[in-house]
Design a protein around this ligand. Sequence first.
Ligand SMILES: Cc1cc2nc3c(=O)[nH]c(=O)nc-3n(C[C@H](O)[C@H](O)[C@H](O)COP(=O)(O)OP(=O)(O)OC[C@H]3O[C@@H](n4cnc5c(N)ncnc54)[C@H](O)[C@@H]3O)c2cc1C
Length: 468
Amino acid sequence: MLRNKVPPRCPCVSFSPDIIFFNESFFLLKNFCTSLPDITNLIGLLRLTLLRARKEPSCLSLCSFIMQGNAHLYFAPFFGGRLVISGAITVNTLTVRLFQMNARGLCIGHEPDSLEFSSLGGWVATRASGMKKNIYGNIEDILVRVRMVTPRGTVEKSCQVPRMSTGPDIHHFILGSEGMLGVVTEVSLRIRPLPQCKVYGSVVFPTFDIGVACVREIAKQRCAPASIRLIDNEQFVFGQALKPEGGSYFKSFIDGLKAVYLTKFKGFDPHQIAVATLLFEGDKQQVADQQRRIYEIASQFRGIPAGEENGQRGYMLTFVIAYLRDLGFQHHFLAESFETSVPWDRVTDLCRNVKEALKRKCAELGIKYPPLATCRVTQTYDAGACVYFYFGFNYHGLANPLELYDKVESAARDEVLANGGSLSHHHGVGKLRKKWLRQTISDVGIDMLRGVKQAVDPQNIFGNGNLL
Ligand SMILES: Cc1cc2nc3c(=O)[nH]c(=O)nc-3n(C[C@H](O)[C@H](O)[C@H](O)COP(=O)(O)OP(=O)(O)OC[C@H]3O[C@@H](n4cnc5c(N)ncnc54)[C@H](O)[C@@H]3O)c2cc1C
C-alpha cells in the first residue's frame, strides 16, 4: 500500500514497505492467523502481498512487522513486588515509558544504539544487544516472559519465573525468529534500580592491537564497566573530524601539551593510536572502584586516560551515525554497518583482514576513491568479542552502486567467516545473510528450524523470507 508513497531514505534504493502494521492491527492479525479462510479485503490484500513477496525473494520490501506500536510492555521487577506497565507501545511511547520508569528510580538498562527507532518486539525478534550489556545483559537475559501469536495459536509460558527446566526453552524459538513464526505481542522484562552515578571515560592506546589485548584482559578479570568500546585509528580520526572546533584532530583530542607528551615522550603515532571509550555505572563507591581498576589495567598496556568528554563524544557518534549515513546519501556516499562476534585470539586478525578485504574488493570493482573501512570492538565476553564495522564508498559516476555494495559486503562477510567470526552478533540474518546460514548452523540445524516453521506456520503465512 505504501509502495512508492514513502520516499526511500537512500536515493539509489527504489523500494519501500508494502504494508506497515500498527499496534491496532493486533486483533486483526490474530483473527487473520486463526481464521485464514475468512479473508476480508484487507487481509486478502495482505495475503496477496505476502504471496507476491514470496515469489520475489530478491525484493526486500516485504510485508514485515514494522509495527510502530510493537508489542505491549510489561516489566517484571527482579527485586520483589510487581510493576506492570501495559498498553499500546509505540516507539515514542516506549521512550516515554522508559523515562517514566527512570523518574521512579527504575530502568531496564537495555540501550541499543537504535533505541530511538527500534521497538520492543523487534528487540526480541532480532536478539538485540544493548551497549550496557555488561551490567544488564542482552535482551535474552532481560526477558522474563514473552507472548507470540502464531497461525497455530498463542505460544507463551504459564508463569513469570526467572528460570525453568522444562526441555528446550520456548523463548529461544521466539528470540531471533525475525518475524517468520509469528508476532511478538507482549513482553515482560526484568527491571533494576536506576544507577546513582554515571561517568564516562576514555583511554588512548599506542595501537589497536595493544588496545585489544587490554580489553581482553579486562574481560578476563571480569571487571568490564557498563560499556567498553575500542575504536580503531580510522574511526578515531573520523570522530574527531566531526568536532566543531578547527585545528589538528590530534590536538583537539588531547590538549597541546599532552599531545607533545604522547608523541615525543611516549612515542605514540597519531596514525596508529586507538581509543577505548568507557561508561561506568553504579553507586559512587562502585564507580570509583571500577575506574581505579580499569585505568590500572590500561596502564599495564601503555594506555593513557584521555578524559571524560572524549568518552562521551565516542558514544554520541554511534547515535548520530544513522543521520550521517542519510546525509552521505545526498552526497553520493553509500554506507552501512555490519557486525560479528569472534573468539579473542582472532579479533585483531579478523579486524585487519576484513578491512583489507573491503579495500581490495572496492579497488577490484573500480571504485575510484578509497572506501571508509573502520571497526570497533563493542562488546566483550569471556570467550570473545563483538566487532562492528562501518563501510562506505563514494559512488559518484558508478552505474549500479547497490550491486557494488552488495558484492563488497559479501566479500567482507566471506572474510569474517574465514577468520572464525559469526554470521551476526545482534543484527540477525534476515535475507541478506541467509545464504551463509547453513554453513553457520549446520544441515541439521537448518532442518530443525524448518521443523519449527512447519509445526507453527505450515502455510507460510509469516513468509517474510527471513532466515530460511
Ligand atoms: C542506527 C542503528 C543502530 C543500531 N544499533 C543496534 C544496537 O546497538 N544493538 C542491536 O542489537 N541492534 C542495533 N540495531 C539493529 C536493530 O535496530 C535492532 O536489532 C532492533 O532490535 C530491531 O528492532 P526494530 O523494531 O527496529 O525491528 P525491525 O527492523 O522493524 O524488524 C526487524 C525484524 O524483526 C521482525 N519483527 C519486528 N517486530 C516484531 C514483532 N513484534 N514480532 C515478530 N517479529 C518482529 C521483523 O519482521 C524483522 O524481520 C541498530 C540499527 C540501526 C539502524
